[in-house]
Design a protein around this ligand. Structure first.
Ligand SMILES: Nc1ncnc2c1ncn2[C@@H]1O[C@H](COP(=O)(O)OP(=O)(O)O)[C@@H](O)[C@H]1O
Ligand SMILES: [Mg+2]
Length: 285
């Protein structure tokens, strides 16, 4: 992973160049706060999944959420995503509270996500799966789309073009007609990322995009996440177990343990945080 990071530093001029954005690792090129969790608490019956969690995400950064299994990471994403409404606290997005949100409204606001367990249509092609990410952007009725008449046909072609660009970007051209269920697992995760990208989100939530991957697949996925961040300026919230990956690609890290926040800072600060080390080594539990 260090190799990956070194390569990126060397071509950092190109990545940061025309947009005038500073490179990663030099006091951050991220902007103002785009998303904030404010004192969020969420319980399922007696289980406190999240206890008084606050953190912010700045525009254009890669913000990691880490922690042992059951720490509340996916629950946190589900609160941001409007799937769960917290009993206490709130989510602010671009300075506005995300009140009474649902997944559809959150998506319309420009937030897309991928899932810890793949939620793709296994029998459908790569192209059609990624196309489902465009559905929010489609104006024609479903019926008009089905019979492909008039404006609907034109619209479909425009959406297809976007999807084809995403397929090229993710380097899965050879699979565009392949049913997703027949692809290697690592590539299926890439299709899931493509489906989220098809929504053209300003904020992308990734729930363990590298779980179950081998080292090479992880390196590929890390590169695509960094490229999305660099080329599209997308802000990314990333849940990840692999500490090496987190240290390499994230700007700042939130650490959860048993629903509590036990750390928040730059990767190097987190690595030296005693509470974090203890949580990972299982001390005190
Ligand atoms: N839908 C749910 N119903 C009941 N308990 C849940 C639900 N989702 C999560 N939990 C519980 O909340 C805690 C946090 O889970 P989760 O957010 O999935 O953790 P992580 O993603 O960090 O592994 C766990 O104890 C889990 O069992
Ligand atoms: Mg999880």
């Amino acid at each position: 992973m260090e190799v990956l990071q070194e390569e990126r530093r060397q071509d950092g001029g190109a990545a940061g160049g025309p947009s005038g954005v500073e490179g990663r690792g030099d006091g951050r090129r991220s902007g103002g706060v785009i998303l904030a969790a404010e004192n969020v608490s969420l319980a399922f019956g007696g289980v406190k999944a999240l206890s008084d969690i606050s953190f912010d995400v700045r525009e254009h950064e890669i913000r990691a959420i880490i922690g042992p299994n059951g720490a509340g990471k996916s629950s946190m994403l589900n609160v941001i995503n409007g799937v769960y409404t917290p009993q206490k606290g709130r989510i602010m997005f671009r300075g506005q509270p995300f009140a009474r949100m649902n997944s559809h409204k959150v998506a319309q606001a420009g937030v897309a996500r991928t899932f810890q367990n793949l939620a793709l249509f296994k029998g459908m092609s790569v192209l059609d799966n990624i196309m489902t990410g465009r559905s929010l952007k489609m104006r024609s009725s479903i019926l008009a789309q089905m019979v492909r008449i008039g404006p609907a046909l034109k619209e479909e072609l425009a959406h297809r073009e976007v999807v084809e660009r995403i397929i090229d970007f993710l380097e899965i051209q050879n699979y565009r007609k392949t049913p997703v269920g027949r692809m290697p697992y690592g590539l299926q995760k890439r299709v899931d990322l493509g489906r989220a990208l098809a929504m053209e989100p300003s904020l992308l939530l990734l729930d363990e995009p590298m779980a179950g991957m081998n080292v090479e697949e992880k390196q590929d996925m890390s590169r695509f996440i960094l490229d999305v961040n660099d080329e599209f300026g997308t802000t990314i919230v990333l849940i990840e177990h692999d500490m090496g990956v987190v240290m390499d690609i994230s700007d700042r890290v939130v650490v959860l343990d048993y629903g509590r926040k036990i750390g928040d800072g730059r990767p190097d600060e987190i690595r030296d945080n005693e509470d974090v080390i203890n949580a990972y080594l299982g001390v005190n539990h």
